[in-house]
Design a protein around this ligand. Structure first.
Ligand code: ATP
Ligand code: MG
Length: 273
C-alpha cells in the first residue's frame, strides 16, 4: 500500500453516496467505497441491480447512457462527476476500463500497435516513449508482440482482453475497473485473464474494481465485496467473511445458486488478512 492510502483524497478511487438515476428512478446507490493501491473490490448482484450504472458513473461516462449521477466520485482526487476536460482525461490515463467484449470498442481500421500509440499520443506521450511503453506493457501482460501487428478482427477474444489490459499498463493507470471481464471467454482463457489481473494488482500495485456474476472468480480476486440488489448495497465486507458467512438472506440465496459452493467452500483468499 503506498503512502497515499493514508490520504483518502488521493486514493485511486473514492465514492461517497453515489446515486445514479434514469429520470426519476434511482437504479444504483453506493454509500461508500474506497479503493487503495493494490486493493481489489468486487461488486456482485443480480442482473439489473445497478452494478454497471455505478461503474459508468465512476468512469465519468454517465452522460453517454443518459444517466444522472449525484454524490461524490474521485479518481486520484479528480471529481469524476463534473463534466470537465480534467475528468474526461482520467479514463485511459489514471483509470482503465476492461469490458466483456473489448473487440467491439476497438477501431476496426487500425492495427493494435497504432491503436495503442494513438491512445498514448492523445495524452501527450511522444511517439518514441509510446513505442517503448507498448513494448514494455506487452511483455508485462505476456502478449506476443506479433499480435500488435494485427487488426482487431484478426485476434481472439482472449488476445483482445490481454491487449486492453496491456493498454492500461502502458497508460500507467492506477486503477482498473472491470465489468464482466471474463464472461465472454472460454474457461482456459478466463483463468489466464484472472491470473493476469491478479498479477498486475500484486506486482504493479494497480487497484481493481471487479463486477462479475462469477462468484468463485470474485472470491479469488477480491479482498472486499459489495452485494447489490435493486440498486442498493445489501451486504458488504471482507470477501472471505461475506462469502464464508453471509448475513443477508439475499447474499445467502445468491451463494446457494452456485452449485460448486455446496461442495467446495469459497476458495482460499490468500491476500486478505
Ligand atoms: N440507458 C438506460 N436507460 C434507462 N434505464 C436503464 C439504462 N441502462 C440501465 N437501465 C436500468 O438501470 C437498472 C440497472 O442496470 P445496470 O445495467 O446498472 O444493472 P447491472 O447490475 O449492471 O446488470 P447486469 O448484471 O445485467 O449487467 C436496470 O433496471 C436497467 O434496466
Ligand atoms: Mg452490468
Amino acid at each position: 500500500m503506498n503512502s497515499e492510502s493514508s490520504n483518502s483524497e488521493g486514493l485511486p478511487l473514492r465514492v461517497k453516496d453515489l446515486r445514479v438515476s434514469y429520470g426519476d428512478r434511482v437504479v444504483s446507490h453506493i454509500p461508500s467505497l474506497e479503493l487503495a493501491a493494490g486493493q481489489s473490490i468486487g461488486i456482485v448482484g443480480e442482473s439489473g441491480s445497478g452494478k454497471s450504472s455505478a461503474l459508468m458513473a465512476m468512469l465519468g461516462l454517465s452522460s453517454t447512457t443518459g444517466a444522472q449521477p449525484t454524490g461524490l466520485v474521485t479518481v486520484s482526487g479528480v471529481d469524476m462527476l463534473a463534466d470537465t476536460p480534467q475528468a474526461r482525461s482520467m479514463l485511459g490515463w489514471d483509470i482503465g476500463l476492461v469490458m466483456q467484449s473489448p473487440q467491439s470498442s476497438l477501431n476496426p481500421t487500425m492495427k493494435l500497435r497504432n491503436l495503442a500509440r494513438a491512445a498514448l499520443r492523445r495524452h501527450g506521450v511522444s511517439k518514441e516513449d509510446a513505442d517503448k511503453r507498448i513494448t514494455e506493457a506487452a511483455s508485462i501482460v505476456r502478449l506476443d508482440e506479433r499480435v500488435l501487428g494485427r487488426y482487431p478482427h484478426e485476434i481472439s477474444g482472449g488476445q483482445a482482453q490481454r491487449f486492453v489490459i496491456a493498454l492500461a499498463v502502458a497508460q500507467r493507470v492506477r486503477c482498473i475497473l472491470a465489468d464482466e471481464p471474463t464472461s465472454a471467454l472460454d474457461v482456459t482463457v478466463q483463468a489466464e485473464v484472472i491470473t493476469l489481473l491478479n498479477r498486475l494488482r500484486h506486482e504493479e500495485g494497480i487497484a481493481m474494481l471487479l463486477i462479475s456474476h462469477d462468484l468463485p472468480v470474485v472470491s479469488e480476486l477480491t479482498d472486499y465485496v459489495l452485494v447489490m440488489r435493486n440498486g442498493e448495497v445489501v451486504e458488504e465486507g471482507k470477501t472471505p467473511q461475506v462469502f464464508g458467512n453471509p448475513q443477508n438472506e439475499y447474499t445467502k440465496s445468491l451463494l446457494a445458486s452456485v452449485p460448486e459452493w455446496q461442495t467446495e467452500r469459497p476458495r482460499k483468499n490468500a491476500w486478505t488478512s
